[in-house]
Write a protein that binds this ligand. Structure first.
Ligand SMILES: *Cc1c(COP(=O)(O)O)cnc(C)c1O
Length: 224
């Protein structure tokens, strides 16, 4: 069951900031995705490749599928033909594999560099230095089949709004310096993916262009 009121509310706030909404549908049934689709939503986020592949086959073909979670290299090939944006590039090896698979199907696949901004050890992502080293490398410059269109990050899971706000500011600062240093003439580098159900309003205030909201729209997830 989707929550229409929350959908309208989130959409309004997102549009007010000229940002975009990724509806995170992981673990949720196809009927729920179809229901949100019928209200006009076209961008959906999943964190498991197999689940995304199954849903892509069954649902309308104009849905844009975003992969938002930790991605194993050996899974890239299963979604390479249709994935619209990969939010979670957190290593050079992963980017290399995406480039290799995208070449096989003659695509250029959009990706975000995921940066570590939380104070928790458990959250993945590149350090700022690692991200810069990747972008400065010759091996990256030779990749013809990936296009890096921005950055992504996850804040610490905490009620401390000030801390969350600071972490989002850090990601926006990373975005700005990377844009200046590597993408100065490149208008496609424009996305800052940050904000989830609990913190998307803070993220919008701090410059998010893509919020990834799940449970507010679809209800709490139940993991068995
Ligand atoms: C699950 C998930 C979300 C959405 O989380 P909610 O709290 O349900 O909005 C956003 N981003 C990532 C990377 C996720 O894994």
């Amino acid at each position: 069951m989707i929550n229409k009121e929350n959908y309208q509310l989130v959409l309004e706030k997102v549009q007010l900031k000229e940002a975009n909404l990724v509806a995170v549908s992981k673990t949720k049934p196809q009927e729920d995705i179809q229901a949100l689709y019928d209200l006009g939503q076209r961008v959906f986020g999943e964190n498991k490749v197999q689940e995304m592949v199954d849903k892509q086959k069954a649902l309308p073909k104009d849905i844009k599928w975003h992969l938002i979670g930790t991605l194993q290299r050996n899974k890239v090939k299963y979604m390479i033909e249709f994935v619209s944006l990969i939010h979670s590039v957190d290593s050079f090896k992963l980017l290399k594999e995406i480039n290799k698979q995208a070449k096989k199907v003659n695509r250029v696949v959009d990706c975000l560099l995921q940066f570590h901004i939380a104070d928790e050890q458990t959250k993945f992502g590149l350090s700022y230095e690692e991200g810069v080293a990747l972008l400065a490398s010759d091996a990256y410059k030779e990749m013809q089949h990936v296009r890096i269109v921005g950055v992504m990050g996850m804040a610490t899971f905490t009620d401390d709004k000030e801390q969350v706000g600071k972490e989002f500011e850090t990601l926006t600062a990373y975005f700005k310096t990377v844009q200046q240093d590597f993408f100065a003439d490149n208008e496609s580098f424009k996305e800052v993916s940050m904000g989830m159900s609990g913190d998307y309003e803070i993220a919008l205030d701090k410059g998010s262009t893509l919020v990834r909201v799940g449970s507010l729209l679809f209800g709490a997830r139940v993991y068995s």
